[in-house]
Structures are given as structure tokens and as C-alpha cells.
Design a protein around this ligand. Structure first.
Ligand SMILES: NC(=O)c1ccc[n+]([C@@H]2O[C@H](COP(=O)([O-])OP(=O)(O)OC[C@H]3O[C@@H](n4cnc5c(N)ncnc54)[C@H](OP(=O)(O)O)[C@@H]3O)[C@@H](O)[C@H]2O)c1
Length: 313
């Protein structure tokens, strides 16, 4: 019999033969650099073996430093940890993809990423300004490159050993289908907002059918209103199974076949969020069927502008 406490160690096989990805992951979209570094270290020490960062978060340097410090202690090795980073919108032109990936790897102090994602399907004007705007404050998009052009360059990175697997983030089902059908190397992971208020069942079914892992960000609702952690169904299940609301949400996410990402600056919450164990099937069903509210917290899918990063950062 599987030990219910093993849920936190669940690994999800990747479709391109590059091994498996831990289901439970720690995100580093934390504005303060010192808090990022401390949180990344605390996450590794608490047991997390997946760290998610991005060029756009400007946390790669701190994540790299945190890993180095933890590796030096000797208990955790590079090969134990699954590192994800992402190509930002201003680097979609094929000739910019490899330099962008190499710049990320340098900051992370790594030879390769375990997974490299196209952060959003929107190409912005190429250049150093991550948030290019015209005089009216409108985003300047780049019409000179398609998502498939960028994908082809991402495929090249796998061949060059810069990353083991590639995927896409903040995409619709239709966009995933188009890339999947045209790709030489299929997307291994689709990384989108998902939680009981945004379950994305159609996308999840498509991913499962095609051997793609759906990685779910904002798994706890990003502390936004309405508060998912205070949903009456979640609270009732948590009381019944004697777990915290966060542990219930993370277990639900893994048990329905997604890979949840959570973030905290607080060491005791980081530990809490790794202490995830199996929910009874009826509790999983109660959350899937009993929560009818539908809320998207992050509008990045509509514009490519990241909803959780303040303007100007
Ligand atoms: N691709 C994209 O466009 C995209 C967009 C957004 C996020 N992401 C990734 O997904 C990661 C996770 O997203 P997220 O930050 O929205 O995750 P989240 O875990 O849903 O929300 C984080 C918030 O929840 C709070 N929190 C964490 N654990 C808690 C607990 N046990 N009890 C109560 N509150 C708790 C945190 O506050 P404290 O820090 O005070 O604990 C923080 O305010 C990000 O870091 C990033 O890596 C990707």
C-alpha cells in the first residue's frame, strides 16, 4: 500500500524522456531579493525539490545563490533539484532565445535548466526594457515573430543541452494544441494558473491525454480576494481531515493530476506547505464538484503583462 505521506514526493514523468518532475513545487515570485534567497533556501531545507523562477521575476541570481549555499552543506545535490526558468516576452525573436537562456543559466549558476518555459505567448518589442510601452502607456507588441518561431528556437536549446525539457506558460487550450501539433519536441509542461476557482478541466484533460504535465500556479489563490484559503468547502474539509487549508489545496491539486506551485516568505508556512498528504477520495470530489465560484486572479493570459508583478518593476 502506498504511504499517504508519500504524496509530497510524487513525481510526474515528462514526455520527452528527460525523467520526471516533482509534482509539488516552490515558486520564487517574491519582490524582495533577500526574502527570495531565504525562502528558496528554506524551501530546499523543508523538502521541496522543485524551484520555479523566471527572467522576468529578477530572482534568478538569488535562487542561484540559495542553491549554491544549500549544495555546499552537502545534503542536497544539483541533480536532486528540478529547476525551472522562463524566457521573457522581449526575447521571443529566435536569435534572442539562446542568449536569454544562457543569461538565465549564468545567474542561476547552472549548466542547464531542467525545464525552460516560454513565459507567455505574447511577443513584446525586443530589447532590454522588460515592459516596453508607447507614449500612451500601451504595451508595444512585436508582430514580427510567431509563437511557433520561438518554439523552434526552444527546441534548439534542448538539442544544445541548455535545458532538458521545454514548455509553455499562460496559454489557452487552443494555443497548446497548435504548438503540440507542430512541434518536433512536444511541450513537456503547460504552466498556467489553476486552483478550485479556475480548475481548467478541459486543458487538464488535453494535457493528460497527450502526456503533458499541467503545472498549476497560484495553487493557494495568491492571497487575493476572494480568499480561496477561506472558502467554506476548503475549511470544512481541512477541519474534517485535520490539515490546514493550504495542505488541503495542495493535496487536491496533486491528486487530480496537476503539479501545484506555491510560494511563501514565511519559514513555518514553507514547512506547512511541504507537509502534504493524501486526502480521502470523497474530499477530493467535494472540492472538485462542490466549489462553483470561478475566478481568475492573474490577467497575464489576456495581455502578456504579468498580473502579480507591479508596473515599473
Ligand atoms: N507563469 C506565470 O505567469 C506565473 C504567474 C504567477 C505565479 N507563477 C509562479 O507560481 C508561483 C506560485 O504562485 P503564487 O505566488 O500565486 O502562489 P500561492 O501559493 O497561491 O500564493 C502565495 C501567497 O499565499 C500566501 N501563503 C503561502 N502559503 C500559505 C499558507 N500556508 N497559509 C496562508 N497563506 C499562505 C503567501 O504569503 P506569505 O509569503 O506571507 O506566506 C503569498 O501571499 C510563483 O512564485 C511563480 O513561481 C507563475
Amino acid at each position: 500500500m502506498v504511504n499517504p505521506d508519500d504524496l509530497r514526493y510524487t513525481k510526474m514523468p515528462l514526455n520527452n524522456g528527460s525523467g520526471a518532475m516533482p509534482a509539488l513545487g516552490f515558486g520564487t515570485l517574491i519582490p524582495d531579493p533577500m526574502a527570495t534567497k531565504n525562502a528558496a533556501k528554506a524551501a530546499l531545507e523543508a523538502g521541496f525539490r522543485l524551484l520555479d523562477t523566471a527572467e522576468r521575476y529578477r530572482t534568478e541570481t538569488e535562487v542561484g545563490e540559495a542553491m549554491q549555499e544549500v549544495f555546499k552543506q552537502g545534503k542536497i545535490k544539483r541533480e536532486d533539484v528540478f529547476i525551472i526558468t522562463k524566457l521573457w516576452n522581449t526575447n521571443h525573436r529566435p536569435e534572442r532565445v539562446k542568449p536569454a537562456c544562457e543569461a538565465s543559466l549564468k545567474k542561476l549558476q547552472l549548466d542547464f535548466a531542467d525545464l525552460y518555459l516560454i513565459h507567455t505567448p505574447y511577443a513584446f518589442q525586443p530589447g532590454d526594457d522588460q515592459d516596453p510601452r508607447d507614449a500612451n502607456g500601451n504595451v508595444i507588441y512585436d508582430q514580427g515573430v510567431t509563437l511557433l518561431d520561438t518554439w523552434r528556437a526552444m527546441e534548439g536549446l534542448v538539442s544544445q543541452g541548455k535545458c532538458k525539457a521545454i514548455g509553455i506558460s499562460d496559454v489557452s487550450l487552443e494555443q497548446v494544441q497548435r504548438i503540440f501539433e507542430a512541434a518536433r519536441i512536444k511541450p513537456a509542461v503547460v504552466h498556467v494558473e489553476s486552483h478550485p476557482y479556475l480548475p481548467q478541466w478541459d486543458l487538464l484533460n488535453y494535457c493528460k491525454t497527450n502526456g503533458i504535465v499541467l503545472q498549476a500556479f497560484a495553487a493557494l489563490g495568491h492571497s487575493s480576494e476572494p480568499k480561496l484559503l477561506e472558502d467554506p468547502v476548503i475549511i470544512a474539509v481541512a477541519q474534517r481531515v485535520k490539515k490546514t487549508p493550504a495542505q488541503v489545496l495542495l493535496a487536491w491539486a496533486i491528486q487530480r493530476g496537476t503539479a501545484p506551485l506555491t510560494t511563501s516568505k514565511n519559514p513555518s508556512r514553507i514547512q506547512e506547505n511541504f507537509q502534504v498528504s493524501v486526502l480521502p477520495d470523497d474530499a477530493v470530489r467535494e472540492i472538485s464538484d462542490g466549489i462553483k465560484s470561478r475566478v481568475r486572479f492573474n490577467a497575464v493570459v489576456e495581455t502578456g503583462v504579468p498580473g502579480f508583478i507591479p508596473r515599473g518593476k
